[in-house]
Design a protein around this ligand. Structure first.
Ligand code: NAP
Length: 488
């Protein structure tokens, strides 16, 4: 089959309607919106554009399904997740192509995301049967204390475009394991991957109404009534801090339990005693994974003056050698950014740094032609007044700052309202521990450039968010503790 035929087939096979109560429907007013390929700017297909009434219908379906779903045996919930893990893994090629088409990342990156995403289903399939409680004799010996953990209730899940599958499975997995029903709203730029996943979950045996999918271009208008409706008991959001703040405010009305996975501005600290080759390899991962469009992306490199030139030279060589192109092409390592606005923002941040004195070691110019490409860029001698020292870049740009004292590096690393992840490279064990403890972040990559792991608690401090996803605590976000005081 010709490549373009295969692409067409993968797009054609995706459900384009709203998935509500197990049925696929058009939006009530018949409206649709377009999904485009960021490598060409061309339309891939149209999907249903939900109205507020459609959003409410999805909530009705989730609320109706909640009691029977919460009563389903944990083993059954776990087995549905396990089957979904297997189906996602079996269909990795097809899902990867779909994801690359709507989001732009190279196929190899899409496949890596699918492995990561599927792992949340496997992990939570194992957690579903381990929801435990507590039983103890009262201190005074008279009564008993019984503590149980129950499904919190219908959840609203809102996901971003940068990891279209994993940001969904990281929420859907624990919600299914805990016995919660859901309404999910994927990002408008990348709705197709979640629609595909919903079909897979139905095939894996997920009952109608447990997962309802709403795609819309009127996001605020459709989401706000759900957040303010007393039936939603949990809001789990991954996206920008700006939108997250607004959603926390809206959630206050019904005192919703919220999980907020928000923006990052990760520092990457390379000490004088670090293994520079290892640090460069880690920097490539921390910077270039997902074309830099990751909340965990290294945003600021603080490199000790003794190794700064060696590190900069080696990173420049590696980044300058990367193959740019359409994500579906063989050997491509850098696809387009997701949309024109995103590319323009990255270019603006680089131009601002250069105007203020940064030196471009590679990249730094928007290429001509179709698609929203931006080349891997290394900037040296970046002044601290540059906007990218404070703002999340979300693109393939590595600004390098130098330091001579650890204290200065840590102070600079922590000088941000964000606190998702920090990276630290050093070969000195006690320095590694001391500095890791001082970094204000929910996660630290110590001599490694990637922290994402379904079995570990992912999340940030400060304005990077609230709550944790994955690990043994991930399911707690979807459970409520109930204590029964027993008079025996
Ligand atoms: P975004 O603009 O905040 O959008 C995220 C999601 O929120 C999308 O589904 C979006 O829908 C929806 N949304 C936007 N406005 C809304 C509103 N008023 N009410 C309800 N929902 C609303 O973020 P993004 O640009 O897609 O994603 C990039 C950001 O996500 C970065 O800041 C990144 O750091 C962060 N992120 C964080 C993590 C983490 O785990 N901490 C992981 C990945 C990404 P539309 O698409 O329809 O606008």
């Amino acid at each position: 089959m010709a490549e373009s035929d295969r692409e067409r087939r993968v797009i054609d096979e995706v459900t384009k309607g709203l998935i509500i109560g197990g049925s696929v429907r058009d939006a009530t007013d018949g409206r649709t919106f377009g999904v485009e390929d960021p490598s060409t700017g061309e339309l891939l297909c149209d999907v249903a554009d939900a109205s507020p009434e459609d959003g409410m219908a999805a909530l009705d379906a989730a609320a109706n399904a909640q009691p029977s779903w919460a009563a389903t045996a944990p083993r059954e919930r776990g087995e549905i997740l396990r089957r979904a893990f297997e189906l996602v893994t079996e269909r990795a090629d097809e899902i990867a192509l779909l994801m690359t088409l709507e989001m732009g990342k190279p196929l190899a990156e899409s496949k890596a995301e699918i492995t990561y995403a599927a792992e949340f289903f496997r992990w939570f399939s194992e957690e579903a049967v381990r929801i435990s409680g507590e039983w103890k004799v009262n201190a005074n010996g008279a009564g008993r204390v019984l503590v149980t953990r129950q499904a919190i209730g219908p959840c609203l899940l809102i996901t971003p475009w940068n990891f279209p599958l994993a940001m969904g499975t990281r929420k859907i997995g624990p919600a299914i394991a805990a016995g919660c029903t859901m309404v999910i709203k994927p990002a408008g730029l990348t709705p197709l991957t979640i629609l595909k996943l919903a079909d897979i979950l139905a095939e894996a045996g997920l009952p109608d109404g447990v997962l309802n999918v709403v795609t819309t271009s009127s996001t605020g208008k459709v989401m706000e009534p759900l957040i303010r409706d007393g039936r939603i008991r949990k809001l789990s959001f991954t996206g920008s801090t700006e939108v997250g703040r607004k959603l926390i405010e809206q959630s206050a009305e019904q005192v919703l339990k919220t999980s907020m996975e928000l923006g990052g501005n990760a520092p990457f600290v390379v000490c004088a005693d670090a293994d520079v080759d290892e640090a460069v390899a880690g920097a490539m991962l921390a910077k270039m994974r997902n074309i830099g469009e990751a909340c965990t992306a290294a945003n600021r490199f603080y490199v000790h003056a003794d190794v700064a030139e060696e590190f900069t030279k080696k990173l420049t060589e590696r980044m300058g050698d990367m193959k740019i192109g359409r994500g579906t092409e063989e050997g491509v390592e850098v696809g387009p950014l997701v949309e024109a606005d995103q590319r323009d923002k990255v270019a603006e941040l680089v131009d601002d740094a250069v105007q203020k004195g940064a030196v471009v070691r590679t990249g730094g110019e928007v290429p001509s032609g179709a698609g929203y490409f931006y080349p891997p860029t290394v900037l040296a001698d970046v002044p601290t007044s540059a906007r990218l020292a404070k703002e999340e870049i979300f693109g393939p740009v590595a600004p390098i700052f130098t330091f001579t004292e650890d204290d200065d590096a840590i102070r600079a690393a922590n000088d941000t309202e964000f606190g998702l992840v920090s990276y630290l490279y050093t070969n000195d064990l006690s320095r590694a521990i001391r500095l890791s403890e001082r970094l204000e972040a929910g996660m630290v990559g110590l001599n490694q450039g990637m922290v994402s792991n379904a079995g570990a608690p992912f999340g940030g401090v400060k304005q990077s968010g609230l709550g944790r996803e994955g690990g043994s605590v991930g399911i707690d976000e979807y459970l409520e503790i109930k204590y029964i005081a027993m008079n025996v």
